[in-house]
Design a protein around this ligand. Structure first.
Ligand SMILES: Cc1cc2nc3c(=O)[nH]c(=O)nc-3n(C[C@H](O)[C@H](O)[C@H](O)COP(=O)(O)OP(=O)(O)OC[C@H]3O[C@@H](n4cnc5c(N)ncnc54)[C@H](O)[C@@H]3O)c2cc1C
Length: 562
């Protein structure tokens, strides 16, 4: 039998050493979380705050949590706010720019900032600088057509109160001040333009994941973590619960099982095969297509300290969203670095630490044809991937020089990042479509759910998990207990920031102060209210300090999943 230990005894050790079994084999628990990435960490954190009496077990196949896509080195660490990512604002055939999508992503990231602030104020997380840092977000283009596009994008986004602080410039001297490395040595005859949002962030999603799971293990008797535990089967029991079978990878693959009323598959790229194992019909319409990421990285302090921005460019025409090049200021393992990429590499693995047979193993009689059709319909993706696989070291370095003209080869190393498994979904009209976003799949009775897809990913985990809870726990979510806690956790919960400048400034100043970002300062008008929000988050709200939730016309609107 698997080693047993109560969660109360395990403290920090559990997160990193392997065993934490607060449950008996064959016992029925409330929720099984599969995968120790940011998605399970976020859902587990919500559930422990909302329903602390529920028994929640987390199973991770590796010996440590946050080693796959959520690890800081395996993703780009952008706090995706749609400030700079031009792929969120496509140009229409008539030349106009569609700016309808960014507010959804911006609002989702404002929820993330509030979720993280609540954790800091309640001692769940600590040292905000270890996981979130203020890093302005820039869009950078050259050439008349692209400048025209960026100007229109900027003008369109200015219509929303969320982007009032965005700056636009075609002046090389101004852009040089924003990002000196990008302008030094550039051909002076080349026309350039850029936008800049001071309130952008660089995130270390691995540190977020580790801190959340560490706090769950340390502080909650009803939570247990099993590392080195690979979930291999999911079977429906007669009473509607799920038999979760996992193998102890550190004990000759010995198999164990537990029953769970609810299961969340947060297994990143490996979520699809597990969803297929569950046999729920909702899973039959999906296939997955893995694309790996690579970055050029420099840790040379003289260079790294001269770039303080995440500067996004435009992807080549027709290429997929994950190909957008960006020159990023990053803080990883406590050190300032610059990453450039991503470059794509093709591998049939669904996880970085996965198997070459993953892709073929996920092919079923119902999803193989749709996959082939997507390949034929998305020739630009196939062309892009083939082009990326063929890239030489020189090609990658030339791509970097378009953003950093004076880059020196000896400063840069190529690293492999994580795997993104893009969703291929059956479509009644087109037969099948390739999606680049994330999607929560839930069984009809809400007992089995999974997160498929990769982007905008970690940045929007608290919004994605709110959407999941609306579908899986609708009654509990409507209760006064859950509503009260959610409003303390996310002061803007149920309210729309877009169009409400006062609320936006207040929420940004509140999270900026708690997370030590310094990107939005409190004003004379909202300083008192920000202190009241902090007190409420800590559960210290009293009498006349009470925060009024009724000041929004959209108080009942649900949070939109992005
Ligand atoms: C190259 C790249 C760049 C990215 N850039 C950004 C960015 O800039 N900003 C952003 O917000 N997002 C970004 N993302 C997306 C983001 O990293 C992911 O959306 C997010 O980390 C996914 O978290 P997760 O918890 O779903 O998966 P993961 O972090 O991958 O965690 C899944 C876990 O499940 C475990 N597991 C798998 N199978 C099993 C099993 N059978 N049993 C038990 N455990 C299992 C794995 O070992 C892993 O630990 C990027 C991703 C990539 C690949």
């Amino acid at each position: 039998m698997k080693k047993k230990l109560t969660a109360a005894l395990c403290l920090n050790l559990c997160v990193f050493s392997g065993y934490a079994m607060a449950t008996e084999e064959g016992e029925t628990i409330d929720v099984a979380l599969i995968g120790g990435g940011i998605m399970s960490a976020t859902l587990g954190t919500y559930l422990e705050a909302l329903q602390p009496d529920w028994k929640v077990n987390l199973y991770e196949r590796l010996d440590h949590v946050a080693e796959e896509s959520s690890n800081g080195w395996n993703n780009a660490g952008t706090g995706h706010s749609a400030f700079a990512e031009m792929n969120y604002t496509p140009q229409r055939d008539d030349g106009s720019v569609d700016v309808s999508r960014p507010p959804k992503i911006t609002e989702a990231f404002e929820i993330t900032r509030q979720f993280l602030s609540y954790q800091v104020l309640n001692g769940v997380m600590h040292d905000p600088g270890s996981f979130l840092n203020n890093t302005p977000h820039m869009s950078f283009v050259w050439g008349d057509d692209h400048i025209d596009f960026l100007r229109k994008r900027y003008e369109g986004m200015q219509q929303s109160s969320l982007y009032k602080a965005m700056e636009y410039s075609e002046d090389p001297e101004v852009i040089r001040e924003w990002a000196p490395l990008m302008m030094e040595g550039r051909d002076p005859s080349q026309k350039v333009a850029a936008t800049r949002m001071e309130a952008g962030t660089d995130a270390e999603w691995g540190e977020v994941t580790r801190q959340l799971i560490s706090a769950l293990s340390d502080k909650h008797d009803n939570f247990s973590l099993s590392t080195g535990s690979e979930v291999r089967d999911l079977e429906r029991n007669d009473d509607g619960s799920w038999k979760v079978t996992w193998a102890d990878l550190n004990d000759n693959n010995e198999e164990h099982s537990i029953n769970a009323r609810h299961v969340f598959i947060g297994a990143g790229g490996a979520a699809l095969p597990l969803l297929q194992k569950s046999g729920i019909p909702e899973g039959n319409i999906y296939a997955g297509f893995p694309v790996g990421g690579q970055f050029l990285v420099t840790s040379n302090p003289e260079i790294a300290h001269r770039h303080h921005a995440k500067a996004y460019g435009l992807a080549a025409s027709g290429s997929p969203p994950m190909s957008v090049p960006h020159l990023d200021s990053r803080k990883l393992d406590g050190q300032q670095r610059i990453l450039f990429g991503p470059f794509a590499n093709f591998s049939t693995k669904f996880l970085k630490d996965g198997s070459w047979t993953d892709l073929f193993g996920s092919m079923t009689t119902s999803n193989t044809l749709p996959m082939m059709k997507v390949g034929l319909d998305n020739f630009s993706l196939v062309k892009y991937l083939v082009g990326q696989v063929m890239l030489s070291e020189d090609d990658r370095f030339e791509a970097l020089k378009a953003y950093y003209p004076e880059a020196k080869r000896e400063d840069w190393t190529l690293i492999n990042a994580g795997q993104r498994v893009q969703i291929i979904k059956k479509d009644p009209e087109k037969g099948s479509v390739l999606q680049f976003g994330t999607e929560v799949v839930t069984s009809q009775d809400g007992t089995m759910s999974a997160l498929l897809g990769a982007s905008p990913g970690a940045s929007t985990a608290p919004t994605i998990m709110l959407g999941l809870m609306e579908r899986v726990f609708p009654e509990q979510l409507a209760s006064d207990q859950w509503q009260g806690t959610l409003k303390r956790m996310i002061p803007s919960y149920g309210q729309k920031l877009d169009g409400n400048e006062q609320l936006t400034n207040e929420i940004r100043a509140y999270t900026s102060s708690v997370l030590e970002l310094g990107d939005t300062q409190p004003t004379a008008e909202n300083a008192e209210r920000i202190e009241a929000l902090k007190a409420r988050a800590r559960g210290q709200e009293q009498g006349d300090e009470q925060v009024d939730d009724a000041d929004s016309e959209q108080a009942t609107e649900t949070v939109e999943n992005v």
